[in-house]
Design a protein around this ligand. Structure first.
Ligand code: FMN
Length: 220
């Protein structure tokens, strides 16, 4: 029996709001991997149709600029930068480089980057995707003007949330009007389908295989 869905994946059921917003083919954001996420990994994810994301955690400012330019050499596709807001000056200096280098998407992790940073990025046309561990944080980030929230469950590697992904995602979907992405413990395509059913428009994903893949070229 033929598929009920159009053959063109750019209009099919997996071409979600996240795909349209980030100009990607598959609704998958690569989880930033502070300390190990290399331009090679980020470009590989973007070249495969997802959104590769460079980390800033543990990356000196000038190295960040080098990593952005290196990633551009490796992929013509969109990619993002993750800001881990460990202080106002850390977030602001990274935001400056992101705007100067013309990167179109920022994900945030660990904490609220604060409204002035969100506004600054938005004024320069950067889409902001905020990782949140609770409904309360999701509401706050929506008020600050982010474009998307990532409901990140306690299963997520390196994350501090205490609510598991399965209950967190529908709770967040119910309270915010902006698109919601799911993260935490998603193992394969069945996990993607499951969270789409819960109302998410994609996943933020950092499987162990990417971690291993990333470390190797990073050391070359
Ligand atoms: C080694 C490692 C480093 C990470 N570094 C970051 C980071 O710098 N910024 C961030 O927002 N999330 C970071 N994360 C979280 C991942 O990006 C991702 O959101 C999370 O792992 C998704 O859940 P999953 O691991 O269950 O797929 C890290 C995770 C790991 C395992």
């Amino acid at each position: 029996m033929s598929s009920p869905y159009p053959a063109n994946r750019d209009t099919g059921p997996f071409h979600t709001e996240l795909c349209r917003m980030a100009s990607i083919r598959h609704p998958i954001i690569q989880g930033a991997l502070g300390g190990v996420g290399s331009p090679a990994l980020v470009a590989a994810v973007s070249n495969s149709g997802g959104l590769g994301v460079l980390p800033t955690w543990g990356v000196p400012l000038e190295q960040l600029r080098i990593n952005i330019r290196r990633t551009r050499e490796l992929t013509p596709r969109p990619f993002g930068i993750n800001i881990t807001p460990i202080g106002p000056s850390f977030a602001r200096t990274r935001a400056d480089v992101i705007v100067e280098e013309g990167v179109g998407v920022v994900t945030t992790g660990r904490a609220d980057p604060r409204q002035p940073i969100v506004s600054f990025l938005k004024q320069h046309g950067v889409r902001v995707i905020a990782v949140v561990p609770t409904v309360r944080h999701a509401r706050r980030m929506e008020t600050e003007g982010v474009d998307v929230v990532v409901a990140s469950g306690s299963e997520a590697g390196g994350h501090v949330g205490r609510v598991a992904t399965l209950p967190l995602v529908p709770q967040v979907v119910d309270v915010v009007k902006i698109p919601v992405v799911a993260a935490g413990g998603i193992a394969d395509g069945r996990g993607l389908v499951a969270v789409l059913f819960l109302g998410a428009c994609g996943i933020r994903w950092a499987p162990a295989s990417w971690l291993r893949w990333s470390v190797i070229p990073h050391r070359r």
